[in-house]
Design a protein around this ligand. Structure first.
Ligand code: GPU
Length: 839
């Protein structure tokens, strides 16, 4: 389901179009340092490759035909587009041979066209690798792209899920989930490293043994599975640097358990062994909070254990002294999901390498850093002690010991303040005793990063206030970013060409700062004309897709208004839908003359709901119910359309984002840690209608408040508004003395009374925003929201002003390139330098 992604898609690895989750691990200082012999060999190979492996169309054709004949033996059979796609990838972009993959796109296109294939069609054969849920995972993919392009010697690690994020299908307006068996026809990008395998152990007991006169704990595990490495190349742009995303698949251990096979129950033994594979089978589809599930914990440890064995093996190949570990290895935890790594490295150093606890702890504290991606404390990961103790008994002991030392240190620093001690403890007492993974990570990491200024401020003053008091220097801000290679170059080729033409260079593709140069042309009439043409082309592409998906014909003169992201109450898709119902009411009450002045709108909503998240699923159904009413009202015609785009994923995003005029980011202030969708729309010249939340605050800093449409309560007003329904801070611009404006009550009543059908089904949804329960302040923010919408309408009529704002948005997006984010991480968190490969 890659949609029509335009030129270029096929040559970019699946993984960089994907959403990958989990940790990013960085190795310093990298590449071939200290490997004189290897370096000489590599250089010789590179120079031979330059001679043999040419990238002209004829050589490429030879390659493709070679593979058709000798790899898949298909020359005598039908050889279709999908196979052509696979062959091009396997034959040409295998990463050991690639040099600057991005620059052979045109040659590949020509080679394929001469063989009778259409390049665009071949490129579309590639589907998404949906190895993550939402913003967190896609941010990892952008980071990998930037790490490669900026020549950093980094490795990414994750799980090779056989089932990625579910496919969303809509039946009668309800979401249904279907498995995404994405590896069905193989994945030509990956290289199975069948010899890179590690044993990962679970369960069992801990025993104390005598060793050289000392007592030593050892773990006698009860179950062993094998982790097999699958490598996915991430080529940088304009560089030979290709980094590796190593994904682990679980396989039954190759060791035979003689006992099991001798009991005579051969069939069952085999079946049981096979169960090991389930560990990496499926991605958990809720994009936060999956607490207390054994399989989830197994996945986390499987991932952590295999990755750390791999990292330690590489370290030990060249070094014998663990004092050097912090010089050579930096481990970055992408949220707390891989934070068992801390206990695992301690176990490796103390139990296996026989370092003293103190020495091991000193080393561990120098290699870990973490980024947290959530605002709300309730979202922080906890692991029940019972579960952990049964699956990883030795790790639980280690965690208790880490906590013991930490508590001793803390008592010395803050005294016997028991309430504070218990809040900061890594172990949470209570009904379900559990391990607080965030506290563990903060204690052990040398740096704790927030993903926007606002997020960091919340971490410092609320979520981790006590830790900030203890270690203020640990807390840093690394505002998120997105890669312009994916979000402009690949997904918006018309804009790419226009930008390059007016800047007179393609250098912005590697150096986003240059984009700010667009400001020089902001008043040029010719530029405006071409700018509007590009948007039109992208809107046509999107309109065709909408018609194909939903049967709804939309007018290109309408404002395309988009909200696409995971469905969450805090992201307030419901506010959007209520706004649409209000707009519908207004239209219905207008006379013909007034209607003529209305700006037509196409409202587009897309996003997946976690399968068990009921409110989110009801929001999807409500969207369809409202769409049915509005879209079939002949009275309304083109003035208002509502479409839900099913199965929102990266491929769909590549189509939708360039085609949007306006995009909505409606989270109640203080809830979205950063947000990255806002940056993608910004890069595509789409105006934002947004609350002052997460990274939007910094977008405002960069482009100015008059170049987007802001609304809603500010972060420091939210608590008071929740309490009392009023704010005693600077009076809200549009504050209404009533907590709930009439317009809001009217819309709510319509839904309650069954105007859109399904009265009973929507009841709990309505209850959740009723004045007494309205935790996310939909009622409070409603008038302000409508005013921002009205401002957007008014501006859209003035196309010159709109185009100016659009240009200034793209110009200001330079600051939200993930290249800037990664450079900041490299310099101030990981302390690594680029290692440019010989060209
Ligand atoms: N995010 Br924690 C997710 O998508 N899923 C999660 O489980 C967690 C965070 C997002 C944040 O919601 C978003 O604000 C942020 O931009 C993104 O991570 C990357 O930092």
């Amino acid at each position: 389901g890659s949609g029509s992604n335009g030129v270029g898609v096929g040559m970019v690895p699946a993984v960089s179009r994907s959403a990958v989750s989990r940790g990013v691990v960085v190795r310093r200082p990298g590449f071939v340092e200290g490997l004189g012999e290897h370096r000489a060999k590599a250089e010789r190979m590179f120079s031979l490759m330059d001679g043999f492996l040419k990238n002209d169309p004829i050589s490429l054709q030879k390659d493709i035909l070679h593979h058709v004949e000798y790899t898949v033996a298909r020359s005598r059979f039908s050889f279709d587009d999908f196979e052509a796609y696979q062959e091009v990838v396997i034959g040409r972009v295998s990463w050991l041979r690639d040099r600057d993959v991005w620059h052979i796109v045109d040659q590949c296109a020509e080679a394929l066209n001469q063989l009778g294939f259409e390049f665009e069609v071949v490129a579309e054969q590639e589907g998404d690798a949906a190895l993550g849920n939402g913003g967190l995972a896609r941010f990892s993919a952008c980071q990998m792209d930037s790490l490669a392009t900026l020549d950093y010697p980094a490795w990414g690690y994750g799980l090779r899920y056989e089932y990625g994020l579910f496919r969303q299908i809509i039946v009668d307006g309800f979401q249904h989930e279907q498995p995404d068996y994405w590896l069905n026809f193989g994945n030509p990008w990956e290289i199975a490293r069948i010899h890179v395998t590690y044993e990962v152990k679970f369960y069992g007991t801990v025993e104390e043994v005598e060793m050289n006169g000392d007592k030593q704990k050892i773990w006698i595990p009860g179950e062993t599975v094998e982790a097999v490495a699958y490598d996915n190349p991430i080529p940088g742009y304009g560089t030979r640097n290709t980094i590796n995303l190593r994904l682990w698949a679980a396989k039954p251990s190759s060791k035979f358990d003689l006992e099991a096979y001798n009991t005579g129950d051969y069939i069952n033994s085999v079946v049981n062994r096979q169960r090991a594979e389930t560990i990496s089978n499926v991605l958990y589809p809720d994009d936060r909070s999956h607490q207390g599930k054994e399989l989830r914990l197994k996945q986390q440890y499987f991932f952590v254990s295999a990755s750390l064995q791999d990292i330690m093996r590489r370290f030990k190949e060249e070094h014998t002294n663990f004092d050097e570990l912090p010089e050579k290895v930096a481990l970055h935890l992408n949220d707390t999901h891989p934070s068992l790594s801390i206990a695992e490295v301690m176990r490796m150093l103390v139990d296996e390498e026989h370092l003293s606890w103190k020495k091991a702890w000193d080393i561990v504290c120098k290699i870990f850093s973490i980024t947290t991606h959530t605002m709300v404390a309730e979202g922080l990961e906890k692991i029940p002690v019972d579960l952990l103790g049964s699956l990883l008994p030795r790790h639980l002991e280690i965690l208790y010991e880490i906590n013991h030392h930490f508590m001793e240190e803390l008592k010395e620093r803050i005294g016997l303040d028991y309430s504070r001690l218990s809040q900061m403890s890594i172990v949470e007492e209570g009904a379900v005793k559990s391990i607080r993974m965030a506290n563990l990570s903060i204690v052990c990491s040398h740096t704790v990063n927030g993903v926007s200024k606002l997020h960091l401020e919340t971490l410092k003053t609320k979520t981790f206030k006590d830790f900030y008091g203890l270690w203020p220097e640990k807390f840093q801000c690394k505002t998120n970013g997105v890669t312009q290679r994916r979000w402009i170059v690949v997904s918006n080729p018309s804009l790419r060409d226009l930008i390059s033409k007016w800047l007179g260079t393609e250098a912005w593709i590697r150096d986003a700062d240059i984009l700010s140069g667009l400001r020089d042309h902001v008043d040029n009439a010719d530029f405006h004309l071409e700018w509007k043409m590009v948007k039109k082309v992208n809107k046509m592409r999107l309109a065709e897709y909408i018609e194909a998906m939903s049967g709804v014909k939309v007018s290109l003169d309408a404002m395309f208004d988009v909200q696409v992201k995971r469905i969450h109450e805090y992201k307030r898709q419901l506010l959007n839908i209520f706004g649409i119902i209000h707009r519908y009411n207004c239209l219905k009450n207008m006379d013909k003359d007034s209607r003529r002045k209305v700006v037509p709108r196409v409202c587009i909503i897309g996003g997946k709901a976690a399968p068990g998240y009921e409110m989110a699923k009801k929001i999807i159904k409500l969207c369809h119910a409202v769409a049915e009413k509005i879209n079939n009202d002949t009275d309304i015609g083109d003035l208002l359309k509502l479409v839900f785009i099913p199965d929102y994923n990266v491929s769909v995003a590549e189509l939708v984002i360039p085609g949007a005029d306006l995009s909505q980011h409606l989270s109640t202030a203080g809830n979205e840690a950063s947000g990255t969708g806002n940056m993608k729309f910004l890069m595509n010249g789409c105006l934002l209608l947004a609350t002052e939340d997460g990274s939007t605050v910094e977008i405002v800093e960069e482009i100015g408040a008059d170049n987007l449409f802001l609304f809603g309560a500010k972060v420091d007003e939210v608590a008071e508004l929740r309490e009392n329904g009023v704010s005693n801070l600077a009076p809200l611009q549009n504050a209404s003395p009533l907590k709930v404006p009439l317009q809001f009550s009217r819309v709510l009543r319509m839904v309650r009374d069954g105007y859109f059908g399904h009265k009973d089904y929507f009841k709990s949804l309505c209850d959740s925003v009723e004045a007494a329960n309205d935790y996310y302040l939909l009622g409070t923010d409603f008038m302000s929201y409508l005013e921002a919408q009205a401002a957007a309408d008014k501006t859209f009529v003035n196309q010159e002003k709109w185009t100016r704002m659009s240009i200034l948005s793209v110009a200001g997006s330079w600051r939200f390139s993930s290249d800037r984010t990664i450079q900041d991480y490299a310099e101030s968190t990981w302390k690594i330098n680029p290692c440019r490969c010989p060209l």
